[in-house]
Write a protein that binds this ligand. Sequence first.
Ligand SMILES: *Cc1c(COP(=O)(O)O)cnc(C)c1O
Length: 353
Amino acid sequence: MICPRIEINLSKVKHNTSELKKMCHGKNIQLAGVTKVFCGIHKIAESMVDGGVDMLADSRIENLKKLENIKIPKLLLRLPMMRQAEDVVRYADISLNSELQTIERLSMEAIKQGKEHNILLMVDLGDLREGVWKSDVIHTVKEILKLEGIKLMGIGTNLTCYGGVIPSNKNLGELSELTTTIEKEFNIKLEIISGGNSSSLYLLEKGEMPEKINHLRLGEAIVLGRETAYGEAIKDTYQDAFTFVAEIIELKEKPSVPIGEIGMDAFGNTPTFEDKGIRKRAILAVGRQDVAVDNLNPIDKNMEIIGASSDHLIVDVTDAKEALKVGDEIKFHVKYGALLQLMTSEYIYKSIQ
Ligand SMILES: *Cc1c(COP(=O)(O)O)cnc(C)c1O
C-alpha cells in the first residue's frame, strides 16, 4: 500500500450519514451533506447520498461541478463570486447569498439560461462571518422579490466559524422569528430555514432547536462523527471513517535533548526540550508541507508526536504497544484541519475502501 495515505472507509461514511439523517428527520430537519473537506470526491459524496442526505453542499463550485451527474439538489455554501455567476446557476440549484449585487447578477444569468435559481438569504446572528445584519433583512428581501429568475427559498445563518459563537435557542430563535416576520410582511412561504453546521447538532439532542429550523448543513459531523460546539463524539457514529497512515524511515534510540547550542528550527522558532533520557524515535516520511501535525493523533495512545519539519515527522515510540521496525506503518486519527489538508495535498494517496 502506498504511503503516506489517507484511508477512507465508505461504509462508515454511509453509516454516519444515516445516523445523522435519523436524528435530523426525526425533528423534521433536512440534511445537506457537506463535501468540501474531501474536495468533492465522487465516491465519498455517493456514500452520503446512499446514507440518505437530502442534498449535497460544497463551498466551491468546482466541487459541485464534479458531482453534476448525481441527481440530487446541490447547494453552494460560500457566497458566489460575481465572476462565477454562470457556473453557479449551471451547477448549483441553491446558493447562500448576502449581497444584492451578486443576486442581481445571478438573476441575469438565470434568465439567460432559462432557469430559476434558488437562494437562501444569510443572516449574521453575531458570528461575524457572512450574512446581512438583522436590521437589513426586510429591505433586502423586498429587493430580492423584485428579481426575475430568482426564488427566495429561505433564510439561513452560520455560526461557530469566525467568531466561535455557539448556536443557542436564543440566536437561532431570532432566525425563527425573522421567518415569521418575513412571511407575514410579504405574504410568502419560506421553505428552508437553515440553522447552521455541525455546531448546531447539540441543540437537537437537548431538544432545544427552535421549531422553525428545518435544515442543517453537516460536514464534520458526518465525516468525523463529531459535533463542533463542544467537540463531543456523536452517539452511534464512527470517528475513524478517515485515518492517516505514514511509513517509518528511521527508527533509533537517541537522547531527548539536542546536543550543541540551540538556535532556530526549520521554521524560525527556538525550540525547548524536556530531558527524558534516551528515547526510541521513529521518523516518518510526512511533514508540515502535507499537514499541520498538531491535528494528528497516533491511534496507539502510547506514542507521542514530538516534532516535525517540512518533510519529517518525529514520533516517540518508546512505549509503543507493538514492536516496530523500519518500513512499518503508523496510523493516526485526524482532526478536521488535518483532514482538510491531507485531502488537498497531492502528496497524500487517497485510499478509498
Ligand atoms: C463548511 C460549512 C458548513 C459545514 O460545516 P461543518 O462544521 O463541517 O459541519 C456549513 N455551512 C457553511 C456555510 C460552511 O461553509
